[in-house]
Write a protein that binds this ligand. Sequence first.
Ligand SMILES: NC(=O)c1ccc[n+]([C@@H]2O[C@H](COP(=O)([O-])OP(=O)(O)OC[C@H]3O[C@@H](n4cnc5c(N)ncnc54)[C@H](OP(=O)(O)O)[C@@H]3O)[C@@H](O)[C@H]2O)c1
Length: 310
Amino acid sequence: MAWTADQIPNLKGKWAVITGANSGIGWQAARALARRRARVTLAVRNRERGEDAKARILAEVQSAEIDVRLLDLADLDSVRSFAEALVAEGKPLDLLINNAGVMATSYGTTRQGYELQFGTNHLGHFALTLQLLPILAGTTGARVVTVSSMAHQMAKHLDLAYVRGGGRYRRFESYAQSKLANLLFAYELDRRLKRRGLPLKSIACHPGFAATSLVENGMLKSAWAKPLARIVNRFAQPSEMGALPTLYAATHPDLEGGEYVGPDRGSRGYPVVVSSSPASRDLAAARELWSASLEMTGIPRDAWYALEDE
Ligand SMILES: NC(=O)c1ccc[n+]([C@@H]2O[C@H](COP(=O)([O-])OP(=O)(O)OC[C@H]3O[C@@H](n4cnc5c(N)ncnc54)[C@H](OP(=O)(O)O)[C@@H]3O)[C@@H](O)[C@H]2O)c1
């Protein structure tokens, strides 16, 4: 039987943080979790868009417990402040959904000077996850869900020299590298958590092809962006369907950690466990990425939450 959001268990008492929750898949996931009574934090880079997203959920789910917090994944200082504030509250966090993303943007850099897509999609989420481990790792049954893409397959292997800024910028290559990095990170995180016996799981997912703002916000930032994005999105499944793999990864009781969830018909359909590219399962590349990401984010290697191997 196809899995739908109706199968999400009652989440009363659970707390979920979703990045990029003001639109697209992140918003749909926030709405579905709020319907099932989770407390949801919308982690967004623009207060107004965040409050609007909150209002749209409250219009449907009057009893929803939602707050909006500012987080710019393209600024590691913002990521640190966001995480520190949550950790300072000292409440157990049940679910972190690393969803925010940009695709095929014109060349740009993060506040700390890293290429924008790799910096936002991977480095920001890497730093966020590790810095939230103090409130995730003590919560039995907690999960970290990281949203990747079928586009990860376009990157035949992780090219660290390229993502560090070497060579000519290619917008789709950078997106593919960032989405491959999402998977390498999600799987490596799960291995490191399991080795330490920590009671949380890391699971990856992808939405297939879903109608969202991704095309318009990324490669098509121009006068004809909106009409063209509308045409492209006509071929996509609705964002509500695109959010199902995220919701399955976040709540399905049978998942053990380390899985990849996507639509059953490739770019569309209902969520099932799917396979990812050989490059995403490369253990040496995952370790190298982890080490490089610690260096690039400035997370101290000797902090317990860096999960560094002895
Ligand atoms: N749609 C698809 O077909 C598809 C396919 C494969 C994978 N994905 C993945 O799905 C995820 C969600 O994308 P979507 O399709 O739902 O697109 P979307 O509607 O454009 O949502 C992306 C979200 O990320 C946020 N964001 C971007 N840069 C950020 C930053 N620096 N700090 C904080 N938030 C930031 C955006 O905020 P603003 O509104 O402020 O820009 C927006 O809320 C992404 O990881 C994407 O790679 C989507």
